[in-house]
Design a protein around this ligand. Structure first.
Ligand SMILES: *Cc1c(COP(=O)(O)O)cnc(C)c1O
Length: 392
């Protein structure tokens, strides 16, 4: 007989999922009720209001898509791109490449603005590309590139896009809850995120927010959105404002209890405090890793606090080190993605996982495992370097 599955306890310091708070796990186990039950509908309104807080927006269309971050990405592209539309995509890592795939599958034409991986997106390159393509309708980019740990200046990129009369689609999957995402102030038109990164919820939900301008475009489409499930014109019958909610699909009821709890935790802490916590712990982790002799992929001014990519020392076996960390320390760190596979490790400090205890665990585990593997690191100094920045 197959037995019930009991996963091992891990510390999740990779690119997501991040450690989930016991409060969220407990919320997931509450009784399932109908997705049109008045009590549930009341909770949905709270989820929307809490997401508006997280995104710093008043956008009425702010809700979680019932699927992971990739579905939030698809929601933005399928609803906003019509066949024949030209979309400028700024790419500086793996996720920008997926945007291109999305545009092409919607029948649009993608114009790529290539930036070096590990660097922020260059606003001048975007401006030049838009000058050369005055017929472009949308600009899309990843705010926090999880594949490299680089953060781009979303506010400036959106400004440039608007200057050229383009709508903007912003990937805030890794940034939301860890670093400022000011949807209204920056005038982002469509944004999507994920539940399992800095929101520290379980994977499988994707918060999105659409401005009125973006919504107008969705409503005035001449072609039907090619995905029935993601068509916001239909989804809004269930998630929209104005009282009556009608069946579209069965909402993931318990998963939404979890998201509600995760957002309540974020609100209790306060967004500004959450951002400050990520920055402070990032600096401590960075001090420790650098004291040990590891070097960061991204220049200090563009580093994401919640995703720390470090170069794997030469001669060190990537897979062997990560499996020793997992087996001996129950610690997960991330592998490199795309062109960075085998070359970097990605150490996440996301949401609930962003705390001093995890930093000490990670630094002492790396100290031990790397020195056992004969890597040229400085032993016994990393934890103290981090502690110096965390003790008060
Ligand atoms: C994780 C991630 C996604 C995809 O989210 P899933 O929940 O894995 O589908 C998209 N963009 C970025 C920047 C991410 O980090």
């Amino acid at each position: 007989m197959t037995k019930p599955f009991h996963p091992p306890q891990r510390t999740l310091m990779g690119p997501g999922p991040s450690d989930v708070s016991p409060r969220v796990l407990e919320a997931l186990g509450r009784p399932t009720i109908g997705h049109l039950d008045p009590a549930f509908v009341g909770m949905m309104d709270e989820v929307k209001a809490l997401l508006q807080y997280a995104f710093q927006t008043r956008n009425a269309l702010t809700m979680p898509v019932s699927a992971p971050g990739s579905a939030g990405m698809e929601t933005c592209f399928t609803n906003l791109v019509e066949p024949g539309d030209k979309v400028v995509i700024c790419q500086n890592g793996v996720f920008g490449g997926r945007m291109k795939e999305n545009v092409e599958r919607c029948g649009g034409t993608a114009v790529m603005v290539e930036n070096e991986w590990g660097h922020a997106i260059d606003p001048n390159k975007l401006d030049e590309t838009l000058k050369a393509h005055p017929d472009a309708k949308i600009v899309a980019f990843v705010h926090a590139e999880t594949s490299t740990g680089a953060q781009s200046d979303a506010k400036t990129l959106v400004e440039i896009a608007h200057h050229h009369d383009c709508l903007t689609i912003v990937d805030a999957v890794t940034s939301l809850g860890g670093t400022p995402v000011l949807v209204d102030e920056w005038q982002i038109d469509a944004v999507y995120s994920g539940s399992q990164k800095c929101l520290s919820c379980t994977p499988g939900l994707s918060p999105i927010s659409f401005s009125q301008r973006a919504l107008d475009k969705v409503r005035s489409r001449t072609h039907k959105v090619q995905s029935w499930f993601l068509d916001l014109n239909l989804v809004m019958g269930y998630w929209g404002d104005g009282g009556k909610r009608t069946y579209h699909h069965t909402a993931p009821v318990n998963a939404l209890y979890g998201l509600h709890e995760a957002l309540v935790i974020l609100k209790e802490e306060g967004l500004e405090n959450a951002w400050a916590r990520h920055t402070k712990h990032h600096q401590a982790l960075c001090a420790g890793l650098e004291a040990m002799g590891l070097s960061f992929v991204v220049a200090p001014e563009h580093r994401l606090p919640q995703l720390n990519a470090v170069t794997i020392p030469t001669g060190v076996d990537d897979i062997a080190i990560r499996s020793t960390l997992l087996n001996d320390y129950a610690l997960e760190i991330g592998a490199g993605l795309g062109v960075m596979a085998g070359k970097v490790w990605r150490i996440g400090l996301m949401g609930h996982a962003c705390n001093a205890r995890n930093i000490y665990l990670c630094l002492s585990a790396l100290d031990d495992v790397l020195s056992r593997a004969g890597a040229p690191i400085k032993r016994g100094v990393a934890v103290a370097a981090a502690q110096a920045l965390l003790k008060d």
